[in-house]
Design a protein around this ligand. Structure first.
Ligand code: SAM
Length: 189
C-alpha cells in the first residue's frame, strides 16, 4: 500500500533518526509533527521547534503539555535563525528536520513560509546534519504565494551535489487541486 503524504514524511524521519538525536520541527503550526518528533527521539533526545507565529507556538506548547512531553524547546522565531537558538552540543547530533510549508491551518492565510527563508534554513541545516541525517519537506503549494516557493525550492534542490546528498521527490501525480508532495534531502557523508 502506498503511504499518504504525512505518513510517508514520518516514515522517512523514522528511518533516518535515532533515539537520542536532536531534531528540528521547522514549522510547528499546531504541533502535530512536534509531538511525533518528540516521541521519536525519546527522553535522551531533543526537539527544537520553530514558528514565527506566537499562536502556533502557544498551540504546540499546549499540546505537548497536555500529552506530557518535555524534551522540546519551542522558539518563536524564523527557522532561518535556528543557529542562534541551538547549543553546539545539540547540533553535533542533528539527525533530521521537518518542514510543513504553507500557512497555519485555521489561521491567517497571508502568513506563509517563503522560499528565501526556507532555503536559508535548509542550507544551514544540511551543513550541520550528521551522516545519513535527513530533511523532509512537505510542500503545500496551492495557496497564494505557494507557486513561487515551490519553483524556487525545486530549482535549489535540483542543484544539490548528488555525491553529497540524495534528493527524493514523492507525490501523487493524478490528484486534483495542487496536492502536497514531499522533498527529502539525505546527507550521504
Ligand atoms: N506542522 C504543522 C502542524 O502539524 O500543524 C503545520 C505547519 S503550517 C503548514 C506552516 C507554519 O509555518 C505556520 O504555522 C507558519 O506560521 C510557519 N512559518 C512561516 N514562516 C516561517 C518561518 N520563516 N519560520 C518558522 N515558521 C514559519
Amino acid at each position: 500500500m502506498l503511504k499518504g503524504i504525512i505518513n510517508y514524511s514520518h516514515y522517512l524521519m523514522k528511518e533516518a533518526v535515532q533515539e537520542g538525536d536532536t531534531v528540528i520541527d521547522a514549522t510547528c503550526g499546531n504541533g502535530h509533527d512536534t509531538v511525533f518528533l518528540s516521541r521519536l527521539v525519546g527522553t535522551e533526545g531533543h526537539v527544537f521547534g520553530f514558528d514565527i507565529q506566537a499562536e502556533a507556538i502557544a498551540n504546540t506548547r499546549k499540546l505537548l503539555t497536555h500529552i506530557g512531553l518535555t524534551n522540546t524547546t519551542l522558539i518563536n522565531d524564523s527557522h532561518s535563525n535556528f543557529l542562534h537558538h541551538m547549543p553546539v552540543d545539540k547540533l553535533t547530533r542533528l539527525g533530521g528536520a521537518i518542514f510543513n510549508l504553507g500557512y497555519l491551518p485555521g489561521s491567517d492565510k497571508s502568513v506563509i513560509t517563503r522560499s528565501e527563508t526556507t532555503i536559508l534554513a535548509i542550507e544551514g541545516i544540511v551543513s550541520h546534519l550528521k551522516q545519513n541525517g535527513i530533511i523532509v519537506l512537505v510542500v503545500y503549494h496551492g495557496h497564494e504565494g505557494g507557486d513561487k516557493e515551490r519553483e524556487e525550492l525545486m530549482r535549489y534542490v535540483r542543484l544539490l551535489d548528488q555525491h553529497q546528498y540524495h534528493v527524493l521527490y514523492y507525490g501523487f501525480i493524478n490528484q486534483k487541486n495542487d496536492p502536497p508532495f514531499i522533498l527529502a534531502i539525505q546527507k550521504r557523508h
